[in-house]
Design a binder for this molecule. Structure first.
Ligand code: GLP
Length: 259
């Protein structure tokens, strides 16, 4: 099962995950990071900044999970822009080594395969950061997504478009389609780190961690991964039935294990 780490707040989560990522980059300057958008990973990116001072990040590679189809890449809410603003610029990464799926409609039917090939060519993703949608989606793999899926175009659910309308002027402006790494792609990353904060994520977290493994809750795919870590605050952990055990296991974790 995934390791569940229940933390006090976002800052503690950010520090914990940033320590792991900074250690990874120090050990391997060519580390390949799987980057997530949304509000959830922001504390990780913030905490990474001081930890990467003086560290050579010039060869770090990164692959974003997803992108909207048909959005102008220069739009402030395109995931290309978000990753540039929140990750690439503040951390001083080389933009040419950080990719987002290509959401331009022209040739879209090939963009998924091209993205998969680029990930393989980079040697695979070492650590994949994940948030989770209120409907249990990871990346933009909406309920029903195949566990074997690879990067491809998906239609967003109404719920996801409503959730993401806060980034746009209105729900009508939220694109209908996206291109996202598949659950199969995500499961090939060597370490998954899923973060979630707040009561609104509690049901999705409980389903992903303790519910049946089902395509109806795509986040439950993490139960199939040999090295998955779930970092949640008290509110996001509030529907977990075995929280006591997770705290006990983490408190008694052997030092050599790391995150
Ligand atoms: C979006 C992204 C997901 C993200 C989710 C949750 O739909 N495609 O990768 O995990 O929203 O967003 P937030 O972290 O803002 O709650």
């Amino acid at each position: 099962m995934a390791e569940i780490v229940i933390v006090r707040d976002k800052a503690e989560a950010g520090a914990l995950v940033a320590d792991e990522i900074a250690g990874l980059i120090r050990a391997d300057p060519e580390a390949v990071l799987g980057l997530a958008t949304g509000s959830t990973p922001l504390p990780v990116y913030e905490a990474l900044r001081p930890r990467l001072q003086g560290v050579d990040v010039s060869r770090v590679r990164g692959f974003a999970l997803d992108e909207y189809v048909g959005i102008d890449p220069a739009h402030p809410e395109s995931y290309r822009s978000v990753i540039t603003r929140e990750v690439v610029e503040p951390l001083g990464l080389d933009p040419s080594r950080i990719r987002t799926p290509d959401g331009s409609p022209e040739g879209i039917e090939h963009h998924g395969d091209e993205y998969e090939a680029a990930i393989v060519e980079a040697g695979g993703i070492d650590l994949q950061i994940l948030g989770i949608g209120t409907d249990g989606h990871i990346g933009f793999n909406e309920p029903g997504s195949s566990f074997a899926s690879i990067t491809r175009v998906k239609t967003l659910t109404e719920q996801t478009r409503r959730d993401n309308a806060r980034f746009f002027d209105s729900i009508e402006d939220v694109p209908m389609h996206c291109i996202t790494q598949g659950l199969g792609t995500i499961l090939r990353a060597r370490h998954l780190v899923l973060l979630a904060f707040g009561e609104g994520k509690a049901a999705a977290v409980a389903g992903a961690v303790e519910g049946p493994v089902t395509a109806s809750l795509p986040g439950s795919a993490i139960q199939l991964h040999p090295h998955a870590t779930v970092v949640v605050d008290e509110a996001a952990a509030s529907h977990l039935t075995r929280a006591g055990y997770y705290r006990y296991a983490y408190a008694n974790k052997p030092d050599w294990q790391g995150l």
